[in-house]
Design a protein around this ligand. Structure first.
Ligand code: ADP
Ligand code: NI
Length: 219
């Protein structure tokens, strides 16, 4: 007998948790759990296929290309193989794999090759986790991992840098706010995502004001 949708979701959760046991803190199981919860929150308001949203949220970072020499086909392939073991119907499987292929930010320059409300929802949930207090924490964690400066007044943000140039650069972490994090609010797909993004966006602006005030010795 094929597993039920509920069983498949539980199996997927267990599988992802096991796979990400040694993942770095920006892309660990807790990131997945937050994205999953935010996806369900948005999905409770926006009509969609909840099974597809759940599986895509759980599997969206199963193999981040950053950690596979930039190979963006590894994640979709692993997800495909896992969902096949769960006897997921081909329609659902294809939708989930397409979401994983298209979810990444990529500087917002790449045109999405797949369109669905389910992709919009999981992408919004993933972007929300790069904003607000969690987003700030993740950015400085990533900057520390890359041994980047917190800030350097002599290095101005460069919003037109390609992802490749960016990876090789030694851009301070504060610049990442201007190059990506403050752009996310304007990229939200769903009305619910937009509403949730506003508070997190404003929190980042408050943080930056305080940061610069402290930097210049004003407070
Ligand atoms: P996603 O996995 O959501 O597509 P990324 O892999 O690009 O996004 O980034 C994961 C996390 O690491 C995000 O919180 C992001 O802001 C942060 N991050 C990525 N690149 C940088 C950077 N150059 N400086 C600081 N933080 C970064
Ligand atoms: Ni993610």
């Amino acid at each position: 007998m094929s597993p039920t949708e509920k069983e498949i979701i539980n199996n997927t959760r267990d599988y992802v948790k096991r796979s990400l046991l040694n993942a770095e803190a920006g892309h660990d199981w807790f990131h997945i759990e937050r994205v999953y919860k935010n996806s369900l929150l948005i999905a409770s308001i926006e009509p969609c296929n909840l099974f597809v949203v759940s599986l895509a949220a759980l599997l969206h970072d199963i193999a981040d290309s950053k950690f596979h020499k930039g190979d963006e086909t590894v994640g979709p392939k692993i997800a495909n193989e896992f969902l096949t073991t769960q006897q997921v119907d081909s329609e659902t499987l294809n939708q989930v794999v397409k979401i994983i292929e298209n979810i990444s930010f990529k500087g917002g320059h790449t045109v999405k090759k797949h369109h669905s409300i389910e992709l919009d929802i999981v992408q919004d949930a993933d972007r929300l986790d790069a904003m607000g207090a969690i987003g700030i924490s993740r950015a400085f964690h990533y900057g520390g991992y890359k041994n980047r400066l917190l800030y350097d007044p002599a290095i101005k943000p460069n919003v037109s840098m390609s992802k490749e140039q960016y990876k090789k650069s030694t851009t301070p972490t504060i610049n990442h706010f201007y190059e990506k994090l403050l752009l996310l609010k304007g990229l939200m797909n769903t009305e619910t995502g937009k509403k949730l993004a506003t508070k997190r966006h404003d929190f980042m602006l408050d943080f930056l004001n305080q940061f610069f005030a402290e930097w210049s010795g004003e407070v």
